[in-house]
Design a protein around this ligand. Sequence first.
Ligand code: AMP
Ligand code: ZN
Length: 499
Amino acid sequence: MSQREFLLYDTMTRQVKPLQPLEPGHLKFYSCGPTVYSYAHIGNFRTFLTADLICRVARALGWRVTYVSNITDVGHLTEDDVADATGEDKMQRALQSKEGEQFANVWELADYYAEAFKADWRKLNLNEPMLWPKATQHMREQIVAVEKLIETGHAYVTPSAVYFRLSSFPEYGKLSGNLNKDSLQVGVRDVVVDDSKEHPGDFALWKRDEKHLMQWFSPWGWGFPGWHIECSVMAMAYLGETIDLHAGGEDLVFPHHESEIAQSECLTGHTFANHWIHTRFLQVDGEKMSKRTGNWYTVRDLVDQQGANPLALRYALMTVPYGKTLNFTMQTLRDATTAVERYAECERLAELALKKSPSGQSATAFAEELERLYEETLDALCNDLNTSVALAKGFEGTKVILRDATHLTHEQGQVARQWLDRINDLLGILRSQYADAATGDRGSAEESAALALMDARQKAKSEKDFGLADRLRSEIEAMGFEVRDTPEGPVLRRLSGLN
Ligand code: AMP
Ligand code: ZN
């Protein structure tokens, strides 16, 4: 196991500190997942990418990682930061929308978007968690937890709901700094207006609602759970009463994570999570993403509709470290496309070198240069996930390989290939671990057809039928590919559609 420290900013202590698993070398990590009422957008994926990089770094340090990321498939209140007192939930609203017409019911809608989410996750080459627990599959645990909170005086029942009693947990606010309970606003996500509440900031653990599309039977009547309780019970069910690291986007600090801490610590009497990490929001063209202004992107908009290379999108999302706002623009994506193509070129050169006979020359100096850059890439990631420095170090490595280009010896080819594999394990930007992820089935079928046309064009050229060769090139381009003639023969490349 590496002796390196993995430094990460901790929202709770407000400082950068080493991530220290309770069980040395085994990280138990929970990251809040999406609410599946629509396609996740690239901002959501910026947050999930932070979690993915943490897992990759931990594994590079030789740690075992138990990583759990939930799926919220029970709808909660309508707006992210303004609660809707009437209790209309996101899932219900989605079902009543135009897109919702294709679903027979809200369960089908949730299933559809959960699967779409996983497909996008794979496109971005994110490691799968050990488990994707769903809120609807943990209803019994949520009800049991609420019962226990009532028994111990941390919660109370009203005619319409069960609420967590903020006054029973004096530490409420320790994560977010919202320590003045009297200032807790009605109208914050999941804080419901109800005259029978003891304190306006008390948050719902259970809502009674016999008309709700998703409802379960509980000791407090038919209804559904509050948003925060699901993460407390799922994290503890799979990772234990104290977890090493808990992650989410910046908007989750309050009230979601603050409330998770209150519930969990009142249930167990122990610290819920030893380290908290939050990803700053992604903006598009300098503004908050908004469907209304049209600067709203999903992975499928960019990859399936606009032909972006999903690994380039992943690269683009890493260009700014997670703790700073990332301003995503099409130019960021174009630059990232050039960068991942450089890596592809390095892979091609390494393969080419490996086809040569061994030269008998030492590749030690070359290996040392690349090894140093790998170590520096890992150092940057261990320094509070400094992805911009990590990408710059990786880029320097590609320069080393491209410098020798076709002159790489067989031995250097071996070194380069190993380096590329290790960098890919760390950054995930060269090759996807999922066979169908880059372009989906559509992609592989199209690519085979384009390759066949490329061979036909090559044959036409060798027979000096240049007219046919040009027509075939145009056909290949119409399919979204281009042929590059290189000294080693023609190479097919997918056009990104972003040019
Ligand atoms: P939600 O589906 O709204 O619960 O969001 C899923 C995850 O994405 C949460 O961790 C959010 O904090 C995070 N998130 C939402 N919007 C953004 C954004 N624009 N940039 C980064 N993360 C986001
Ligand atoms: Zn959560």
